[in-house]
Design a binder for this molecule. Sequence first.
Ligand code: NCD
Length: 476
Amino acid sequence: MRQTMKRDVITISDVSDSEIDEIFSLADEFLGGKDSGAHRVSGRRHQADAYLMATLFYEPSTRTRFSFEAAMKRLGGEVVGGADPATTSAAKGESVLDTVRVMESYTDLIVLRHPCEGAARAAAEHVGVPVINGGDGRHEHPTQTLCDLYTLRRELGGETLRDLNVLLIGDLKNGRTVHSLVYGLARFGANVITMAPPGLGLPSEVSRRLEEDYGRKPELGSQIFDNENGGARIGAMYIAPDSQLKTAISRAQLPRANLHFDGEFVEGDGVKISIDVCYVTRRQGERVSRDETVSSEYPVIDAKFLSAKRYKDTRVLHPLPRVGELGYDLDRDQRGVYFKQAAYGVPIRMALISKLLGISPFSTSRPQGPQHDLYRHGEKMQCANDRCITNHAVERRQLTPKFWLVRPTPKFPKISLRCTYCETDFEPPFYGRVGERSLHANAGVPDEMDWWKIVLFANEQEARMAGLEMSASAQS
Ligand code: NCD
């Protein structure tokens, strides 16, 4: 029976740690037990016979769509939907929001992949059946993260991911899988080290959330080079607050700008750091716009790259597809576990479907909502991300942008708005207060503010039209 309160999984924050554990335990059952050594599901259960799932994919997909469909069918359910928007009314200009409303009346669960960031959240707000985000533009891909974390748990054999050293390699700016994954890793206590070509590091809002929501500070700056590997850049290291790695770094009092990512990591201190996991991603060519200049440098992870001692027991993961950044020689190397990772997509998605349809309901409580206040004066504000669903020429007619008000901190001294759909942060340059006529520059904002009174402006002209003026003192 359907649960009274529908549950959506749009970002990895939509499932709590204990719910993730429940999903993993159920996936273990589908694989014949925690230590069965199996990675593929066989046979069919008759648990979801009464249910239909819709797969709406507006972008190419192999693993996500087929594993969702296989998962539903292995559970005994049926699937309707498609992978080619050209064969649906999308080709006639129908909005995705109208499409999901229609699919809601035909099916019990919707899996949506869409090129616009925030599309899945918008869809979830418009329908009464659970919506699962199968990837929304560059934003998030939470079910891939469930597969990734599950792969680590099964392949590394431990109960916990605490203090694992995880190296994320590739296009960390545009890859949605890594955005969901870094939050998951941070929540389970792993250390994250990033390695990205210039300009393709983690987006600033992701780093900010790692720091503010998960207490992970980048311990090292962006000028660190991996000498052995053609100078690929190590972007930053997000480290568990009390990890051995952090102690090693602070004890050695390393000059932060010239630490080389070679051999033992920390010289002269006796603490050797090994890399437990390399998570490799492809260059997201389709997400780079024509006017963006991108570096031609891109790391290639193969047996040669992994010949250094620190990679001796590494597990190599990749969400796939690979397009040149992952050596085929790793297919025969026991460190390469990416095909098992793809196989785990079926039991994990079977477990998630069972949970969301209430076949095997979550026994634990819902995750906490966001910690920020909703910005109350956003009627005229546009999200700064032009790939956000709220800026899509067709979808925007049915959507009102909404924002969280993110308060300033010493490191980020301006008031930010975070779109509730695509979660992009931006800092409108001016603010005023309800009931007051003076306009202020968005910098050095006092802490003791009545936050609900804050009204932000994208430019001075907008503020003037609302009757606010920059005072002489504010200008100085
Ligand atoms: C990823 C995706 O679509 O984001 N693939 C997947 O779902 N396994 C990764 C990618 O396309 O690079």
